[in-house]
Design a protein around this ligand. Structure first.
Ligand SMILES: *[C@@H]1O[C@H](CO)[C@@H](O)[C@H](O)[C@H]1NC(C)=O
Ligand SMILES: *[C@@H]1O[C@H](CO)[C@@H](O)[C@H](O)[C@H]1NC(C)=O
Ligand SMILES: *[C@@H]1O[C@H](CO)[C@@H](O)[C@H](O)[C@H]1NC(C)=O
Ligand SMILES: *[C@@H]1O[C@H](CO)[C@@H](O)[C@H](O)[C@H]1NC(C)=O
Ligand SMILES: *[C@@H]1O[C@H](CO)[C@@H](O)[C@H](O)[C@H]1NC(C)=O
Ligand SMILES: *[C@@H]1O[C@H](CO)[C@@H](O)[C@H](O)[C@H]1NC(C)=O
Length: 293
């Protein structure tokens, strides 16, 4: 009985598995219609129009959707290339693998492209969507501290630091991450970001305040770009005042010793030489007396 039940369950599970796989296949079939490609700002990217290569292709158009209208980018008809526009210098169509290379990609190249393939003797083209995404790495962020000492009740003094982090030339807009800081002691006081008019890349700047009473190593990052690490709230083994006081006491003590030594030395100089000879004599006398005893 238990074997039968197990068989039934296995059957059900495998059925469920098949159903899931069918659903997944359907989902991936859907996403296949829009192909996502990525390009790095200033670099090249290749748009590949999906094709079976079983039919001879007569025409190929690659168009971009701009403000809900299609704009012709590049393509070919029979043996003729058809780049008639500003894209001519940056794009090149490869008839063999039905692809288009685009050089020096800019942020404004981002968007939805459509690829039309007309087989010989066929009026309805095969249409496929290609979505281009552009990224640009931010410059290594610069981190600048501005620390002041502050009193915190009776527990003593700590530091309050304004930390600024900024980076330029990145895309898309991103957020600044701090490492090495306790989030509960961190306060964002200033956020600023702006896109460059022409390149559309972002400049990002953030300032936070951080309260600390022990040495802390901190760095900031935007995307994959990381600043160098700086050390804030450097613990001084003694406050400056204490060091000054100790130095003062030391100098005073040294002076005192010096004065005492000088006094002794001078006093000795005043005593006549023969007196010390007397001492020696008396000492030898004493010794001889001791021996005789
Ligand atoms: C490739 O051929 C198959 C079967 O003929 C068809 O279903 C499919 O849509 C074709 N794919 C493309 C990209 O033309
Ligand atoms: C790349 O494009 C930018 C504008 O988007 C232009 O300023 C730059 O000169 C181009 N670089 C090359 C190598 O063509
Ligand atoms: C600054 O931006 C960060 C994330 O981008 C956000 O969490 C924070 O609330 C912002 N702070 C201010 C003061 O705008
Ligand atoms: C940037 O663009 C805005 C609006 O398009 C314009 O008002 C502004 O003057 C431009 N700034 C620069 C520096 O070109
Ligand atoms: C970032 O913001 C701080 C605080 O306003 C400012 O001092 C600094 O110059 C800014 N840096 C950049 C690169 O904009
Ligand atoms: C901070 O970095 C320095 C070296 O750069 C290291 O000696 C020190 O141990 C670090 N301190 C902490 C708290 O990580």
């Amino acid at each position: 009985m238990s074997l039968q039940l197990r068989c039934l369950y296995t059957h059900r599970y495998s059925l469920a598995l098949v159903m899931t796989m069918l659903l997944l296949a359907a989902a991936s079939g859907d996403s296949d219609t829009a192909m996502n490609i990525k390009a790095v700002l200033g670099h090249s990217v290749t748009f590949r129009c999906p094709s079976n290569h079983s039919e001879a292709v007569e025409r190929l158009y690659i168009q971009k959707i701009i403000n809900d209208k299609e704009k012709f980018i590049n393509g070919f008809y029979k043996d003729r290339d058809m780049p008639w526009n500003e894209y001519q210098i940056r794009t090149k169509v490869n008839k063999m693998d039905l692809s288009m290379e685009m050089r020096n990609v800019s942020v404004s190249d981002e968007g939805l492209y459509k690829c039309y393939i007309f087989d010989i003797g066929v009026t309805n083209p095969k249409v496929s969507d290609i979505i281009l995404e552009v990224t640009a790495e931010y410059s290594a962020p610069t981190i600048t501290p501005d620390c002041t000492e502050h009193r915190r009740g009776v527990s003593g003094t700590g530091m309050s630091c304004d930390l600024s982090c900024s980076a330029v030339g990145g895309y898309p807009q991103s957020t600044i991450r701090w490492t090495g800081l306790n989030p509960s002691l961190t306060n964002v006081i200033y956020n600023w970001s702006s896109a460059h008019n022409d390149s559309k890349t972002w400049t990002i700047n953030q300032t936070i305040t951080y309260n600390c009473d022990q040495q802390t190593n901190v760095s900031c990052a935007i995307g994959g770009a990381v600043s160098h690490t700086i050390t804030i709230c450097k613990t001084q083994s003694f406050p400056l005042k204490v060091i000054a006081a100790i130095a003062f006491v030391l100098v005073f003590a040294l002076l005192l010793i010096f004065v005492v030594v000088m006094k002794c030395f001078c006093g000795r100089q005043h005593t006549p030489e023969d007196q010390s000879g007397d001492v020696n004599v008396s000492l030898t006398e004493y010794r001889s007396q001791l021996k005789s005893v």
